[in-house]
Write a protein of this length. Structure first.
Lengths: 678, 73
């Protein structure tokens, strides 16, 4: 493109983005169309990708297409396979995107649509995408090594062990909170439970198909699975309408909790091809297609945002969805979509083993994360198109709703029981009140958008079907994460225990498999149980813990990235990772401190425990124990990451002051055999 | 030093010569992380060695490796 045309184009995009932000920020009291939100996000992504990611690729990392990648050097036709960048982009996106970018923005919508959107859009350009890109490049230059291995080699052994522990802890909390979302979405919902229950025999059939009957024919098996899935979805409507049959599938949260725990254990012990792989394929297809359809549907109907830009909960800190002020809690509630430490595991997993050219890392690492952020923005739109009264009635327990009733009334966020009953009937549910966890309110928002789009094309709205489709969509990939997470946690536990008893490390030794699976499931199962029986709904305590742990893992990744940059002799560019690192550490440590030590019983674990001491509440002893356990977990996360940061800072100081020779553990340079285009 | 690689042996040209549905299926398999035994056989031919695995063994190993990967939240 001619320089002048390029300058004009990018100036136009920048001005358009700034204008969209101005409309969003300056609107007070009037309804804003979602188009402005989309415009602001897309223009920021475009500018960030065009300029900042190019700066990172050329000046900071010095990506060189003439340097052979691990995929080329170790090409074995299986895990090391040179792959077209757009194909790998799809593969990487499918691996990093899960429930997080959908649920986090929905919960953060209690502050209004603006804070969460700003964090999603700015956080990803300067933080999340930088982290993913940095770790991908570091792993790419180290033969596809994992984050833990890089921490061990580039910082020291303590950092490696700390990183591994951080991953194990986050896994436990992550699985508990994701399972809680599913439990809250499926309790007292025969349609939802029936559909999700059907996915188990469907996955078993698919597994048998592609392993035994037609080895490797994933496409055929997935097509059959998709047809059966739609059949299960439609049949769920019939199940729900027949009282005698519905009774079989109507269960309390506690019953579904035990089902989830049993499921997690069985899925971890069974061979991967039976349940894990087929479910993963189904959920990947569903994830990519639904995200595309949601994007198109939003563009077709461009819904108005009914939630204000900023609610009073941002400054009061007494939000009924979760307690705490905008700073720091908006920034840990939205992790995936803005910056997520978990991505560093994927960016140092399969993706670096498939990159064809170094330059491709830019679109895959940086661009893939921008797409996830866009999914988060769409979730924010879906939540904010709901009537605020409906949103708060769905995401709040009766106890929390009563506490926040004055503020909700003053803001006009009220809804009558009749309205909620009518909405529940429209969605084919018994009730939608106190459906905490974010998934049901996202499903209602999505159902209304899908229904709006289908009626725009002259079709029937089918709200109930769309609602349960959205629930199935979310539950399916949450269950996939539970399958894989429990299994990976089991491998890690077996590896750790193997240092004491070597036989335990054998992944084919069934007593070890069963014992370690049981331990991992018991760990996340306990947190799930306490979340389900929590009078405040569980999300209030578990989601912040998840956010803290995820962001602290991001701190680990950014420490590794900074260390490598300094050792590469690029200390002058270390600000690209230290700036997001400083922000993440500030936010997360503040949130952790407040969750533990705040004097507000709704916010602080210790204050909540103290408020229960000597009370007549029959569950007081258990609740106090849970508060103390949560305190321990939060402090443990903070301590582990503090150790890692101090270790890293010491390493930086030693290298920069020339007290230690900088040894970079990069793979040796080998020239590519591919045509490089120059 | 230029080394003999799959591309030098014409892998991309072979992909380009495939019928569109086959190419599309190959792309979808890569995106969702599904086994592709035909691509593995082509790789072995290009690399000049005999396949180390039967289709059944290849699929089994592929699924095992998939079970060790993480899915994000």
């Amino acid at each position: 493109m001619q320089p002048l045309a390029s300058v004009l184009l990018w100036s136009g995009i920048s001005i358009l983005g700034a204008a969209a932000f101005a409309v969003l920020a300056l609107s007070r009291g009037e309804t804003v169309n979602a188009a402005w939100l989309l415009t602001a996000a897309v223009c920021t992504y475009a500018v960030g990708y065009r300029f900042y990611s190019k700066f990172l690729a050329t000046r900071v990392f010095g990506l060189d297409d003439r340097r052979a990648t691990p995929a080329e050097r170790f090409n074995n036709g299986r895990d090391f396979v040179p792959t077209n960048k757009w194909v790998l982009y799809g593969h990487h996106f499918a691996a990093i995107a899960g429930a997080g970018p959908l649920v986090g923005p929905v919960l953060a919508a209690q502050f209004g649509f603006l804070p969460g959107t700003l964090w999603l859009v700015i956080g990803v350009v300067l933080g999340g995408a930088v982290q993913d890109f940095t770790i991908l490049v570091c792993s790419l230059r180290r033969d596809g090594k994992s984050l833990g291995q890089m921490a061990k080699e580039e910082i020291n052994k303590t950092a490696g062990i700390t990183g591994m522990l951080a991953v194990l802890f986050i896994m436990v909390i992550l699985l508990a909170v994701l399972a809680l979302i599913v439990v809250n979405a499926l309790r007292d919902s025969p349609w939802g439970l029936f559909t999700i229950a059907c996915t188990i025999p469907i996955a078993l059939l698919m597994g048998w198909w592609m392993k035994v009957w037609r080895p490797g024919r994933v496409g055929e098996a997935s097509a059959v699975g998709a047809v059966l899935l739609v059949g299960a979805l439609v049949a769920g409507g019939w199940v729900s309408s027949e009282p005698a049959v519905a009774a079989w599938f109507r269960h309390s949260g506690l019953n579904i909790t035990w089902m989830m725990i049993a499921y997690g254990f069985i899925a971890s012990v069974l061979p991967v091809w039976m349940l894990l792989c087929p479910r993963d394929y189904l959920s990947t297809f569903l994830k990519i297609s639904t995200v595309l359809v949601l994007g198109v549907a939003i563009l077709v109907i461009l819904p108005p945002l009914r939630m204000p830009a900023l609610t009073s909960f941002a400054s009061l800190g007494e939000g009924p969805v979760f307690a705490g002020k905008l700073f720091p809690f908006a920034f840990i509630t939205i992790a995936c979509g803005a910056i997520s430490g978990f991505h560093s595991l994927v960016a140092s997993g399969t993706t670096p083993k498939m990159i064809q050219r170094e330059g491709d890392a830019r679109v895959i690492g940086y661009g893939g994360m921008l797409m996830e952020s866009f999914v988060g923005v769409m979730a924010m739109i879906a939540a904010c198109t709901l009537d605020p009264g409906v949103y708060f009635a769905m995401n709040t327990t009766p106890a929390a709703l009563a506490q926040a009733s004055t503020v909700l009334n003053q803001a006009g966020f009220v809804v009558t029981p009749e309205t909620m009953q009518a909405l529940a009937a429209q969605m084919g549910e018994h009730t939608l009140i106190a459906r905490t966890g974010g998934a049901p309110s996202l499903a209602v928002g999505m159902a209304q958008i899908f229904a709006g789009a289908s009626s725009a094309f002259g079709g029937r709205t089918l709200d109930a079907l769309w609602y349960h489709f959205a629930i199935m969509f979310e539950a399916l990939f949450i269950l996939t994460t539970i399958d894989t997470g429990t299994r990976v946690g089991r491998f890690m536990l077996q590896e750790i225990a193997g240092h004491v008893w070597p036989r335990f490390a054998e992944t084919s030794w069934y007593p070890g498999v069963i014992a370690s699976s049981a331990a991992v499931v018991a760990a996340w199962g306990y947190f799930l149980y306490q979340g389900v029986v929590d009078p405040l709904g569980g999300i209030n305590s578990l989601w912040p813990l998840f956010g803290i742990s995820n962001q602290l893992l991001a701190a680990v990744a950014l420490c590794v990235g900074t260390t490598i940059l300094i050792k590469m002799g690029r200390a002058r560019f270390a600000w690209v990772t230290t700036a997001p690192l400083a922000w993440i550490v500030t936010v997360t440590m503040t949130a952790g401190w407040q969750k533990v030590f705040s004097a507000d019983p709704r916010l602080g674990f210790l204050a909540h425990a103290a408020s229960l001491a000597g009370s007549a509440n029959p569950d007081a002893v258990r609740l106090i124990f849970n508060d103390r356990l949560n305190t321990f977990v939060a402090l443990l996360f903070m301590t582990v990451v503090t150790v890692l940061i101090l270790t890293s800072v010491r390493e930086w100081w030693l290298v920069l002051s020339r007290r230690k020779t900088a040894i970079v553990h990069e793979a040796p340079y080998v020239e590519t055999g591919y045509a490089t285009g120059d | 030093m230029r080394r003999e690689t799959e591309r030098d042996a014409g892998c991309e040209m072979r992909d380009g010569a495939l019928p569109f549905p086959t190419r599309l299926a190959r792309v979808v398999r890569r995106i969702i992380g599904a086994p592709d035994y035909d691509a593995y056989l082509e790789h072995c031919r290009a690399a000049g060695h005999a396949p180390q695995f039967t289709e059944w063994q290849y699929v089994e190993q592929f699924f095992e490796a998939k079970g060790k990967g993480v899915r994000c939240c």
